[in-house]
Ligand binder design. Structure first.
Ligand SMILES: *Cc1c(COP(=O)(O)O)cnc(C)c1O
Length: 938
């Protein structure tokens, strides 16, 4: 991948170096350099790594998944498996901040939002959250800020999923929220509370009418969130119809493999009045420059909810790819298909219960959807073991109860196996079926319509579905079309050999709460990856549980908090953050119960040491931690990072290094060795997990020894973390386990030398671009030797002032040249941050530089008055096919200049499907579900 030896030599010559090592020596401050070779296995070939993976996969045992608790067997329709999950057009896309080139995935997300709203019976749903547990935690904080109750008590029903309760507790503890877990069978507890979380159906399978509880809560000034199963909702009255304010859950069972815990798309839906408080991303409808309908992210240029110290949530990377899959599952099956799947699932559960009762077992609840709760006094463990002997995993709730969950994949053989585990034989499924009524309460039978929109009716054959998926993918620009030079986001190659194992059944079909001995291969892979990340970062211990960088940040800060408390330093709650930090840093600090104090940036872009000293002095006794990104968000290796760490340590604080820029460090320097105490990494940046259009991700947290006791753990998998840990940060014990083979494979394929060389080539690419663009655009910051790290910021502020041409115009014009824009206006407004990564070869890098230089020439023509300021190829960009072939052409430049700039060959052109989108219009007229057919016509 990337530039070959000849190309590297050319690039090095251009910036005046003789070798990669020479460049590295000049660019990376000596004080942080590690000269040791990474302690990792030697590189192996793709064929050899697949043999290793096959051997690991073979050590996993896939039993029938009847554990339930939010994770179910599902049939991923092959047309979706191959054309979404295994298709780089979908998985290599970036978050749709540039909506003109993201219309396909925005439409797919709108389908997801519509599906969730319809099933939940609420008005607005977001475009995905990380999982059900974190969605419930987000619902808790949403209820607190939106509700009118003054209390700090949050009531959680005892039948909520155990991992959800634990995730909610982790979050609540840091925020000073009191979680009261209560049995609500006889009503809500006495006293005041600001919110209530209910589960529907309950973890024990029971389906009950929640209306009275919700009405009572409302009467007492509290908001109510219902964690609801989307499949059950096809048959049951919705949370919205029962009065709930918020619904949360997971869409896993809509065609997304369990994958030992994830990734899956969590969901959160609310009533209209809460729409503007939603955490996470929201897709909405707007119009483009021609007034044609177009989609874009609503209510945000970037994330509205990540408002630094005023943040209400830290979620950034979410679960777009998985939300697309779940939405497509609904598109493909339609309301009738989903209902049929739900009915079949329910009938299996009803027949299972009938057979158990006929055999003398005690079924606890009369009303259930898919889960049968059975009382087996003193024998629960024995029954669970005997079920395993029959090849079925069931859930042992306590010493006296087990529960068994049916799903879309349940077969008659599974029922027989479960009966056998109870010592029941000879049941006749057909006879039981005929004799057994449904176990759904008649009063809760769903009468509300859902999925009435034509999109859920129009693609119901494989032919149609295939073409729909292709049509949407064709609208989007992803890495399969060309370079995505996004600073801070590290859009690098997601090699096919890395991706393949994700959908192997031995990795895809394991329940996250399956006993560890059934996941021996998985656990070896997970621990191998954690060890490799220890070797790379120089820390002592890594947890891969957090399922995004933001979650790794929170986990790391909670570890710092717990460490201070264990030392009796309960007053240490100040988090120092440089003004240039990513928004998630401050947001995570707020969520960890800390006070954010901003540290200024010096002239040269580095952390202002004088200001840092002043802030440390002002908060010496309350200093908890400094959060700093390295290399900085300005794309520079700051020379004094060691001094910065020492100053903070000397004042009793901890140092958090945001590891999102690790692509500039791997093999060259180790944060765990140059002074930091804790970092998160983004495996979806540095370690090749694809961005999926805005998720999935993995955000491991890495710590030095003294913080290791406070890493995340999990109530259902004691081996997933230390007993002294801060609780789970994600719903699943090992987070998004199914995508860990990607990073594991990358590390094996690269080996210690390859990883280091990748970093060196990434730094080379950024410096080559900086040097090529410098005569045309000012490069904002540089470090030692006038060099940048792995990315560079070009400053358009002067150009904008002189010509009126904005970063937006340049970003959209790049689309006409066949590129995705660089990162816009982060961390400095009015600039573009460019990161080529090691995987782009010189041809593509030069094509990009040529485009940027040609755009500068266009800007100059605007500046000189040759092109009018309000009618030029920049302000009119991007140019659609319809625009350039349509009727009169009254512009001051030609159609060819508009559509095929720089002598571009028409045949290979990427055509954006819409013109520049008006975001403000959509925010004024908020529409966040599929627009009506009439709206399409307008
Ligand atoms: C991407 C990024 C984050 C957030 O990571 P997510 O995985 O999107 O949550 C934090 N800090 C920096 C510097 C980043 O680039």
């Amino acid at each position: 991948m990337g530039p070959d030896a000849d190309q590297q030599a050319k690039m090095l010559a251009h910036i005046g170096f003789g070798s990669l090592d020479e460049l590295t020596d000049a660019a990376v401050p000596g004080a942080i350099r590690t000269l040791d070779r990474l302690d990792l296995p030697e590189a192996v070939s793709e064929a050899a790594v697949h043999d290793q993976l096959r051997a690991l996969a073979a050590r996993n045992t896939v039993l029938r998944p009847m554990i339930g608790l939010g994770y179910y067997g599902t049939h991923t329709p092959p047309v979706i498996l191959r054309n979404v999950l295994e298709n780089p057009s979908w998985y290599t896309a970036y978050t749709p901040y540039q909506p003109e080139i993201s219309q396909g995935r925005l439409e797919a997300l709108l389908n997801f939002q519509t599906m969730v709203c319809d099933l939940a019976g609420l008005d607005v749903a977001g475009a995905s959250l990380l999982d059900e547990g974190t969605a419930a935690a987000e619902a808790m904080t949403l209820a607190r800020r939106a509700g009118r109750a003054k209390s700090n008590v949050f009531v959680v029903d005892a039948t909520c999923l155990p991992q959800t309760i634990a995730v909610v507790r982790t979050r609540a503890e840091a925020l000073g929220i009191d979680v009261v877990v209560a049995d609500t069978t006889g009503g809500l507890p006495e006293g005041e509370f600001f919110g209530v979380l209910l589960q529907y159906p309950g973890a024990d399978g029971q389906v009950r009418d929640l209306t009275a509880l919700i009405t009572d809560a409302h009467g007492r000034g509290a908001l109510v969130a219902v964690a609801a199963d989307l499949l059950a909702l096809t048959l049951l009255t919705s949370p919205g119809a029962m009065g709930a304010d918020i619904a949360v859950g997971t869409s896993q069972r809509f065609g997304v493999p369990m994958g030992f815990g994830g990734p899956h798309a969590g969901y959160l839906a609310v009533r209209e009045k809460l729409a503007r408080s939603l955490p996470g991303r929201l897709v909405g409808v707007s119009v483009d420059a021609d007034g044609d309908q177009a989609y874009r992210l609503a209510l945000q240029t970037r994330e509205q909810h990540i408002r630094r110290e005023k943040a209400t949530s830290n979620i950034c990377t979410a679960q777009v790819l998985l939300a697309v899959m779940a939405g497509m599952y609904a598109v493909y099956h339609g309301p009738e298909g989903l209902t049929a799947i739900a009915r079949r699932t329910h009938r299996y559960a009803a027949i299972l219960a009938a057979g158990l009762k006929a055999g003398g077992a005690e079924v606890v609840h009369g009303a259930f959807f898919d889960t049968v709760h059975v009382r087996v006094p003193g024998r629960a463990a024995a029954v669970r073991e005997s079920a395993r002997g029959e090849g079925v995993n069931i859930f042992q709730a306590d010493d006296d109860h087990v529960s068994i969950s049916c799903d879309e994949t349940t077969t008659r053989a599974d029922l027989a196996a479960v009966w056998q585990a109870f010592g029941i034989t000879g049941q006749d499924v057909a006879a039981l079926d005929a004799a057994t009524a449904d176990a759904l309460p008649a009063a809760l039978a769903r009468t509300e319509d859902f999925l009435t929109h034509p999109v859920f009716h129009a693609h119901r054959s494989e032919t149609d579905m295939l073409r729909y998926l292709r049509r949407l993918a064709d609208k989007d620009y992803a890495l399969d079309r060309g370079m995505i030079p996004l600073g801070s986001c590290t859009m690098k190659l997601n090699a096919t050999a890395e991706m393949e194992p994700v959908t192997w059944p031995e990795f895809a079909n394991i329940h996250p709460f399956a006993p560890a001995d059934q996941a021996a291969g998985y656990l070896e892979l997970i621990h191998g990856l954690e060890d490799a990340l220890v070797a790379v970062t120089g820390y002592d211990k890594v947890s891969i549980q957090p399922n995004a960088g933001s979650q790794g940040e929170l986990a790391g800060l909670l570890a710092v908090r717990a460490y201070h408390r264990a030392n009796g330093d309960t007053g240490r709650d100040v988090c120092l953050i440089p003004s240039s930090a990513h928004g998630t840093n401050a947001a995570s600090a707020v969520m960890a119960g800390m006070r954010v104090v901003v540290v200024g940036t010096g002239e040269n872009g580095d952390v202002d040491l004088d200001d840092l000293k002043a802030k440390i002095d002002a908060h010496r006794d309350s200093l908890a931690v400094l959060m700093v990104t390295y290399p900085s968000t300005h794309g520079v290796f700051e020379e004094h990072i060691g001094d910065v760490c020492a100053l903070v340590h000397e004042a009793g604080g901890q140092v958090y290094v945001d590891g999102a820029n690790l692509n500039a460090l791997v093999g060259l320097a180790q944060p765990g060795k140059f002074g930091a105490d804790v970092s998160h990494l983004n495996l979806h940046k540095t370690f090749c997990i694809p961005h999926g259009g805005g998720g999935p991700g993995v955000g491991p947290v890495a710590v030095r020894e003294h913080l290791a006791a406070y890493l995340p753990n999990h109530p259902l998998q004691p081996t997933a973390g230390p007993a002294t840990g801060v609780g789970p940060i994600s719903a699943a014990p090992w987070g998004s386990a199914a995508i860990l083979p990607i990073s594991w494979t990358y590390i094996r394929l690269m080996g210690p030398d390859g990883l280091k060389r990748a970093t060196q080539v990434a730094v080379l690419g950024a410096n080559y671009i900086a040097r090529r663009l410098a005569p045309h655009y000012p490069v904002l910051y540089t470090g030692p030797g006038g060099l940048v790290a792995h990315e560079c910021i070009v400053d358009l502020r002067g150009i904008t002032k002189a010509t009126g041409v904005t970063v937006d115009d340049v970003a959209k014009r790049l689309v006409d040249y066949g590129f995705h824009a660089p990162t816009m206006s982060f961390p400095v407004p009015g600039t573009l941050m460019i990161e080529p990564t090691e995987s782009e070869n010189l041809g593509e890098i030069d094509r990009f530089c040529d485009a940027m230089i040609a755009i500068k020439a266009e800007i100059d023509r605007v500046g000189s008055g040759e092109l009018p300021a309000d009618d030029n190829p920049l302000v009119n960009a991007p140019h659609t096919a319809a625009m350039v072939v349509g009727g009169d052409w009254a512009h001051a430049y030609s159609r060819e200049e508009g559509a095929f700039p720089g002598g571009m060959k028409p045949a290979g052109k990427y055509w954006p499907p819409v013109r520049r989108i008006d975001g403000a219009y959509g925010d004024r007229n908020l529409i966040c579900s599929c627009p009506s057919v009439e709206a399409y016509g307008q």
